[in-house]
Write a protein that binds this ligand. Structure first.
Ligand SMILES: Nc1ncnc2c1ncn2[C@@H]1O[C@H](COP(=O)(O)OP(=O)(O)OP(=O)(O)O)[C@@H](O)[C@H]1O
Ligand SMILES: [Mg+2]
Length: 282
């Protein structure tokens, strides 16, 4: 086991889109992510959230260029992996296995002509070649149950599932190989509020069960306040404030954080009760 409780250390990480004129999408971003932590990443459209996530997962393609900084992944086995130096083959092994991603708009990225069971089993075929067909089916059924879907849905096509169920399937896929890090980019915005909450509560429980960390990206600051341990507020490529959800809510220090909080009318009324585990203040 690793000595440290830190899973990921990002420092001075910078990404530029090499277009004319160049766009400095991520500017010297630094943060640590603890094991088992949910870190919320908030900020307005275009501030660089997805670019940062793709940078960490080594998913960026031209014209994006990582222009500086490091992202170190402290593997549970004690090894430190410098994500910037991975070869294409190492990136493929790292992703899914150690770190997975639920993409923005992911629920529409399932293959419409392939049954759910086959799509889940394919993750195992690709990454766990030693597994038998029966083992893949059993593992796929177990995954569905973990995210709250009946195993008989393995035989369903995506269009036969609700949006919430499709989203759960994507999360099941991301969990398939028991990664230590899961980055979720606006995973639930297309869902109604109740379904969103249910899914997020489930993720919060699962991370205790499996011990993974989550970087959760969304515009929805009230939602982040409820589910995150800490929140990073991003603006124009920089993290302008990073603190516990409680401090971001009760004692925001950066003017932009204050502005962001005040842009959600539901947050500016009666204070209290928004934060997980916090009693509503009288
Ligand atoms: N392929 C690209 N080429 C040039 N610029 C890009 C490219 N992709 C993103 N950008 C720019 O990089 C900046 C950051 O974009 P990014 O998609 O990371 O923002 P975001 O915070 O995820 O936004 P949203 O909340 O809308 O998803 C924006 O100014 C965007 O226009
Ligand atoms: Mg984005």
């Amino acid at each position: 086991m690793s000595e440290t409780s830190t899973l990921l250390s990002v420092s001075d990480f910078s990404v530029t889109y090499d277009v004319d004129p160049p766009v400095q999408a991520v500017k010297r971003v630094s943060f640590d992510l603890d094991r088992g932590e949910i870190l919320g990443l908030a900020g307005e459209s275009g501030c660089g959230k997805t670019t940062l996530a793709y940078g960490i997962q080594r998913l960026l393609k031209a014209p994006a260029v990582i222009t500086g900084g490091t992202a170190l992944f402290h593997d549970a086995d004690g090894e430190t992996i410098d994500l910037g130096t991975l070869s294409v083959g190492q990136i493929r092994a790292f992703r899914w296995d150690k770190s997975s991603m639920v993409f923005q708009g992911a629920m529409n990225s399932l293959n419409p002509v392939m049954k759910i069971g086959k799509q889940l089993a394919d993750v195992f075929s690709a990454h766990r070649p030693g597994m038998s067909r029966a083992e893949r089916t059993a593992a796929s059924a177990e995954l569905l149950q973990i995210v709250g879907i009946d195993a008989n849905r393995l035989k369903s096509y995506p269009h036969e599932l609700s949006g919430g169920m499709r989203q759960r399937v994507m999360i099941a896929m991301a969990l398939a190989l028991k990664p230590q890090l899961m980055i979720m980019d606006e995973p639930t915005t297309a869902l109604d509020v109740l379904v969103q909450r249910e899914i997020l509560e489930q993720i919060s429980e699962l991370r205790h069960q499996f011990g993974f960390s989550v970087i959760f990206i969304t515009h929805d600051l009230p939602l982040l306040l409820e589910i995150s341990d800490r929140i990073a507020v991003m603006r124009a490529g920089e993290i302008v404030e990073l603190d516990t959800a409680s401090n971001i809510y009760h004692h925001p220090t950066h003017p932009y954080t204050q502005k962001l909080l005040s842009s959600f009318p539901s947050l500016t009324g009666e204070r209290g009760g928004f934060l997980r585990g916090e009693e509503k203040k009288a």
